[in-house]
Design a protein around this ligand. Structure first.
Ligand code: GLP
Length: 253
C-alpha cells in the first residue's frame, strides 16, 4: 500500500486527478472505475479543468461507477447518474454513452447487478478503481458485515449511511437499497486508489489502515490489493499512528 498525506482536501484531489490523468495519457482507452460522494467533487472539478485547458482528453475512456440507489431512475435528482452527468458530461469530452452506472430502476435489480458486472468484464476490466470511504468504513455500498468475495449485488444501506446521504433527498425518502460492486469485484481492478478527506473520516481511515482486515471495516479488505494507493488530507490522517509511515505532506502540484 502506498500512503500519501496532503495538506488539505483540494491538494489531495489534485494528486488523485493527476494520477487519473497520467493513466489516461498513457492509455487513452483506459477503463476507469469512478465514485461519487462529496469527497470526489474536487476530483471531478480538477479533471474538468485539465480537459478544458487542453491537457487531457477523456474521449477514449470508458467509465463504470461503483454504485447506484435501487428504485431511482437516471433522471431522479438524488440518483448517482445525475451526479456523474453534472460532474463530467457538460464540462469534458467524455462520451455520454461511455459512462456506465447500474440502473437503479431496473425491474429486476439483482439481474441488473449481475449484468453490470458482465459489462465491466466485457470492457476488459477496470484499470484504476477510484474509491471514497464511508464514515462506517464502507466502500461503494459495501456496508460492515460484507464478505471479501462479494460480487456486484443489491445491498441494504446502513442507517448511518442513509443519514449521511439524507441531504440529497430533501423530501426525506432516502433509498434503503443500492446496487454496488462487491469487494471481490473491486479487488479485481488492476489498481485501486482510495481518497478520504476531512475529520469525519479519521476513525474509518485508522480502522482501514491499522485495524484488523475483516468485515467490521470493509475498506480494510483493500489492503489485500497489491496496487493500492491511499490519498488522505491531514484531517483524515489524524487517527493514524506515526508508524503508519505516511509520506510527509506535500503541497498542491
Ligand atoms: C457514499 C457512496 C460511497 C462514497 C461514500 C463517501 O455513500 N456510496 O461510494 O465513497 O459514501 O461519501 P462522501 O464523500 O460524501 O463522504
Amino acid at each position: 500500500m502506498r500512503l500519501m498525506v496532503l495538506r488539505d482536501a483540494e491538494a489531495a484531489a489534485v494528486v488523485v486527478a493527476d494520477r487519473l490523468a497520467d493513466l489516461v495519457r498513457a492509455q487513452p482507452r483506459a477503463v476507469l472505475g469512478l465514485a461519487t460522494g462529496a469527497t470526489m467533487e474536487p476530483v471531478h472539478a480538477a479533471l474538468t479543468r485539465r480537459v478544458q485547458a487542453g491537457a487531457l482528453s477523456l474521449a477514449g475512456v470508458t467509465t463504470f461507477n461503483l454504485d447506484e440507489y435501487v428504485g431511482l431512475s437516471p433522471d431522479h435528482p438524488g440518483a448517482y447518474h445525475q451526479t456523474m452527468w453534472r460532474a463530467l458530461i457538460p464540462g469534458t469530452d467524455l462520451r455520454p454513452e461511455a459512462m456506465h452506472l447500474p440502473r437503479g430502476d431496473a425491474p429486476d435489480p439483482m439481474a441488473e447487478a449481475r449484468a453490470y458486472e458482465t459489462r465491466i468484464r466485457a470492457a476488459g476490466g477496470i484499470d484504476l478503481q477510484l474509491l471514497g470511504l464511508g464514515r462506517n468504513g464502507h466502500v461503494g455500498f459495501n456496508e460492515p458485515g460484507t464478505r471479501p468475495d462479494s460480487r456486484c449485488r443489491v445491498t441494504l444501506l446502513a442507517e448511518t449511511t442513509r443519514a449521511a446521504n439524507a441531504r440529497h433527498f430533501p423530501g426525506g425518502a432516502v433509498p434503503r437499497r443500492a446496487i454496488t460492486l462487491g469487494i471481490g469485484t473491486i479487488l479485481e481492478a488492476r489498481a485501486c486508489l482510495l481518497l478520504a478527506t476531512g475529520p469525519a473520516k479519521a476513525a474509518a481511515v485508522a480502522a482501514m489502515i491499522e485495524g484488523p482486515v475483516g468485515p467490521a471495516c470493509p475498506a480494510s479488505y483493500l489492503r489485500r490489493h497489491p496496487r493500492l494507493t491511499v490519498v488522505l488530507d491531514r484531517e483524515a490522517a489524524a487517527g493514524l499512528s506515526a508508524a503508519a509511515g505516511a509520506a510527509p505532506p506535500r503541497g498542491p502540484q
